[in-house]
Design a protein around this ligand. Structure first.
Ligand SMILES: Cc1cc2nc3c(=O)[nH]c(=O)nc-3n(C[C@H](O)[C@H](O)[C@H](O)COP(=O)(O)OP(=O)(O)OC[C@H]3O[C@@H](n4cnc5c(N)ncnc54)[C@H](O)[C@@H]3O)c2cc1C
Length: 419
């Protein structure tokens, strides 16, 4: 297993618990910083299967839903997970990833995986019954492993996709992010306590994720237009975007930054294929979609579970494993397509209008909430509401393009409202 993030640790824990000899190699040393702190309710099913739900709850801030705020109109709307069509998992947590990832890694070790930190995989040579995995260990020595199956969970490093040259940038989602941790950011209280805030700004959006100890994770994800022709350090660019957003800057008056501002570009991508003979890519090593709906960790851990099944099947029956691997790739692409439909449109006036004034006719709003809670595989209950929502979106987009009046006022014509 290459990489001890959520995908790799999940797969390693499950395989080791089933009695397989698993080696989990991680180039960093846990606990280490990672972005991606807001989790989704359906992730809880996987925590339950790993037996760690209580521990995740203990290290995070309870998250009952998501609120969206528009800079252009001042509108504010909240989506409570409890309103979703799925009533089993109705809340989640926002977690410091350093401790969350360390918990997952430790769980893999506790289940029997042989874990090695500060160990960077440098190459994989395929062929024959066993592959050869080369790594550099903590003291700089070269190590070699000869696994029967390789799971690449190397995250955005995309070890195998980079080596095969199969990583393809997603041209429909060419965004970049700037983010940092702060103390002293105004937190929501009452019914909105623990909600993630998504501030819809000009040429992009902000996340404000409440973490323990009064820490707030604040990030800006922008279209190319948000950064074009602008020079400066990540900190200067970030500060300029905050200053340009009335709703975010109001909450950050007097906030104190903890740590650096970090930037990530070339955002969304996918490898053209996620499996082959004796290997599979899971989590971000296969594909990454924009984090506006906090789907990354759920997708990574889901892929971890699926990858573990494919690997286990491969050891017994490679023919059956190919069928499973094909199904895994189809299911993962389908899940990403479901959430990407919303992601591609999040900066359009039509989707923003619908999002900020949701109608529950045909249970459209509740279906949307189910999607936001992580129901990425789809279900009978969500089929009609989601279809209705997409149809209304298309009509709204057409009406706006033709300059026809629509139910809600066009976004940019409304007065700004103070937070
Ligand atoms: C700006 C931004 C905001 C995000 N916000 C959210 C959010 O709010 N909610 C959410 O759910 N998701 C979010 N995500 C996505 C989420 O962080 C990822 O989808 C998730 O971490 C993927 O898990 P993973 O295990 O596939 O990869 P990772 O978590 O990246 O883990 C990969 C591991 O592999 C290790 N590794 C890499 N190369 C090697 C090597 N050669 N040898 C050994 N080890 C190696 C790395 O050190 C790392 O520990 C966000 C992502 C970004 C970029």
């Amino acid at each position: 297993m290459i990489g001890g993030g959520p995908a790799g640790s999940t797969a390693a824990a499950l395989l080791a618990a089933r009695g397989h000899d698993v080696v989990l190699l991680e180039k960093a040393q846990h606990p280490r910083f990672h972005i991606g702190e807001s989790l989704l309710p359906l992730n809880t099913a996987i925590f339950d299967r790993l037996g760690i739900t209580a521990e995740v709850a203990a290290l995070g801030v309870h998250k009952p839903g998501a609120e969206f705020i528009s800079d252009a109109t001042g509108q504010q709307v909240r989506y409570a997970f409890a309103d979703g069509l799925d009533k089993i998992f109705t809340s989640s947590w926002q977690v410091p990833r350093a401790t969350f990832d360390a918990l997952l890694f430790r769980t893999a070790a506790d289940r029997g995986a042989r874990v090695s930190e500060s160990t960077r995989v440098t190459d994989v040579v395929f062929g024959g019954e066993r592959s050869q995995v080369n790594a550099i260990g903590p003291d700089g020595t070269e190590c070699r492993y000869a696994p029967r199956y390789v799971l690449d969970a190397s995250g955005r490093d995309t070890l195998l996709a980079a080596r095969f040259g199969t990583r393809q940038a997603n041209k429909r989602n060419n965004t970049a992010a700037l983010f940092a941790h702060f103390r002293g950011v105004a937190r929501r209280s009452g019914e909105l306590e623990g909600f993630i805030s998504i501030h819809l700004a000009e040429d992009g959006w902000f996340w404000l994720i409440p973490l323990p100890d009064d820490v707030m994770s604040v990030g800006f994800v922008g279209n190319p237009a948000a950064f074009k022709g602008r020079k400066g350090t990540p900190e200067e660019l970030f500060n300029a975007r905050v200053a340009a957003s009335p709703s975010v800057s109001a909450r950050m008056t007097g906030a104190e930054r903890v740590g650096h501002v970090t930037g990530t570009g070339n955002f969304s991508y996918a490898a053209s294929r996620c499996w082959g003979e004796g290997w599979a890519m899971i989590g971000d090593s296969f594909a990454f979609v924009d984090p506006v709906f906090s789907s990354g960790v759920l997708l990574a851990m889901t892929a971890g579970e699926m990858g573990a099944e494919v690997a286990e099947t491969w050891l017994a029956n490679p023919v059956a494993a190919r069928v499973r691997a094909r199904r895994m790739e189809r299911d993962l692409r389908h899940a990403m397509a479901r959430i990407s439909w919303l992601i591609y449109r999040i900066n359009t006036p039509a989707l923003r209008t619908l999002f900020l004034a949701p109608s529950n006719k045909l249970r459209m709003r509740d279906g949307l909430v189910s999607l936001l809670a992580g129901n990425l595989r789809g279900s009978k209950e969500t089929l009609l509401p989601v279809l209705a929502f997409k149809t209304v979106y298309r009509l709204m987009a057409l009406a706006l393009r033709l300059g026809l009046p629509v139910g809600a006022p066009p976004l940019r014509s409304l007065p700004q409202r103070a937070e």
